[in-house]
Design a protein around this ligand. Structure first.
Ligand code: G16
Length: 528
């Protein structure tokens, strides 16, 4: 390692005195002006991770749903998954080190992980549309270069596009071509094939309004449009030309406040959806004729997709084990519907797609979605092979057609991480194939009324949780108070947890009526 070069560049990316940050739910997030040294150091760490795994590693500069003034960075592991947790600790340690400690920490990581320093390193870099992102990604490049790593700067891409390209590169393009164009071609082809199968159901042209949170999603959807079959008419809103990223719009805003985004006028019963700032989350919604807003969140998406897959599995007559993975935010009605009506096993993990992803990998088919719209479907290698073989060789027409649909779902869904564009295409295809309106989809089950709040506290780390974040273990007495409170309301539950992406505590409550949920929620936040 050329420590002199590392030290020389490091001095150009100084750490603000007294600042400590943690690798949180999805990497580091903070005000953009705090992040320069972190970007440089994540460039360094990505090189070591690349040498260790002998693979290309991704570095994405984004703070996704956070306000425009924030920024962040997350590292992407070889198959497009989030960075493994042991290395999250190295990331935190390196980030919080004083300048003179950097050399020792890098050496320690190399020793512990037996990193071969002679191994080549390759890093893929991407960024979102925040004004601060370009400069910060340059700092990542400085980090990569000062340790002699090679890099490919993809510039403006959605987070899931970068995950996809890392996976393509490390699977010798078995997963697809490691270019943005390759991504458009793969998804559009699978979508075209799937919806071709829908045309026999007599479906006409479908149109969808998409709120892009004034972020990267708008840019990428516009690029992708020319690849997509004309049967899907997409109308992009909040494209970032005039307004600020995530301001009163986007998937997070719509989910938390349960109202439509600014900048998108909804006609009664019109199907609309919102992406978040880096296009890895999606939620759907519509207004009914009485003007009431209806949200179809990650739980409704998981139900739609898993119902569809289960029907196809029944048709092909193969026993493949499918499960749904959720978090504590999943609406109680969705869990009940999946378990009791659909007879699909449901598992609950901590918040953060990294946790859901790992759990979903345990099944032949793992459908995972956070209620906030972040999720995807994973097919095990064995399941994928079986499906592809049936799609090619099965003699029975009906079975073969069902297997082909599953094969196209495999190609359409971005299995590396939740992806708003890919999820949107899967949902649109399923709705077309099943001939479902958004209202019919919504009516599959009725959500329990719920409320979510963000609460500012002096130090959110005083709250520690257990049981997949459904119970608080500290501060003492907090959980007992919540238990006492929820006892008073029917079908109610509530929990609090510190956010891993924003400096807030999140409070969630649900109950049999909206009034009860609203009463519990502000009350829970008072306790905090
Ligand atoms: C990130 C994570 C999600 C998580 C969300 C909120 O989303 O990828 O898994 O649900 O943060 O996390 P928290 O409640 O800990 O703040 P995004 O879209 O912001 O990258």
């Amino acid at each position: 390692m050329d420590f002199e070069k590392v030290a020389k560049y490091s001095a150009l990316h100084p750490k603000p005195a007294g600042l400590t940050l943690q690798y949180g739910t999805a990497g580091f997030r903070s005000k953009a002006e705090h992040l320069d040294h972190i970007m440089y150091r994540m460039g360094l760490l990505a090189v070591l991770r690349s040498k260790k795994t002998k693979s290309t590693i991704g570095v994405m500069v984004t703070a996704s749903h956070n306000p425009e003034e924030d920024n962040g960075v997350k590292l992407v592991d070889p198959l497009g998954e989030m960075l493994i947790s042991a290395w999250e600790e190295y990331a935190t340690c390196l980030t919080n080190a004083e300048e003179q400690e950097i050399q020792n920490i890098l050496t320690e990581i190399c020793q512990k992980e037996a990193v071969n320093l002679h191994q080549d390193a390759s890093i893929f870099i991407g960024r979102d549309t925040r004004p601060s992102s370009e400069k910060l990604s340059q700092s990542v490049i400085d980090g990569v270069s000062s340790l002699g790593g090679q890099y490919h700067d993809y510039g403006l891409v959605t987070t899931p596009q970068l995950h996809y390209m890392v996976c393509c590169q490390n699977t010798q393009e078995h997963y697809g071509k490691a270019t943005v164009e390759g991504y458009y071609q793969k998804l559009s082809k699978a979508f075209g094939e799937l919806t071709k199968q829908a045309s026999s159901c007599g479906d006409d042209q479908r149109s969808l309004k998409i709120d892009c949170a004034n972020g990267i999603g708008a840019l990428k959807l516009k690029e992708m449009e020319r690849y997509l079959p004309k049967k899907l008419l997409i109308h992009v809103y909040n494209d970032g030309i005039k307004e600020k990223l995530n301001h009163l719009c986007g998937a997070d805003f719509v989910k938390v406040y349960q109202k439509p985004p600014l900048g998108l006028e909804i006609k009664p019963n019109e199907r609309c959806c919102s992406f978040d700032g880096d296009a890895d989350r999606i939620v759907y919604y519509y207004n009914d004729t009485a003007g009431h807003f209806h949200l179809l969140d990650g739980d409704k998406i998981a139900t739609l997709i898993s119902t569809f897959i289960k029907e196809l599995l029944t048709k092909i007559g193969k026993t493949l084990e499918m499960a749904v993975v959720q978090t504590a935010y999943a609406n109680g009605s969705s869990t009940r519907y999946l378990e009791e009506t659909m007879k699909v096993p449901v598992h609950c993990t901590k918040t953060g797609v990294k946790h859901l992803h790992h759990k979903a990998q345990e099944f032949d088919i793992g459908v995972y979605f956070e209620a906030n719209g972040h999720g995807t479907v994973l097919f095990s290698k064995a399941a994928e092979e079986k499906i592809r073989q049936l799609a090619k060789e099965e003699k029975d027409n009906q079975k073969r057609e069902a297997a082909k649909m599953l094969e196209n779902i495999i190609d359409l869904i971005n299995q590396t991480v939740g992806d708003a564009i890919s999820d949107m295409l899967v949902i649109e295809a399923i709705l077309a194939l099943k001939g479902l309106t958004v209202q019919q989809w919504d009516a599959i089950y009725e959500d329990l009324p719920n409320r979510q709040l963000k609460v500012k506290v002096a130090d959110r780390r005083v709250i520690d949780t257990t049981a997949a974040e459904t119970r608080a273990v500290t501060p003492p007495g907090l959980q007992e108070k919540i238990d006492e409170l929820v006892k008073k309301y029917r079908l109610s539950r509530a929990f609090v947890r510190p956010s891993g992406t924003e400096d807030v505590v999140r409070v969630y409550a649900e109950a049999d009526t909206q009034v009860s949920a609203e009463t519990i929620c502000p009350y829970s936040s008072c306790i905090v």
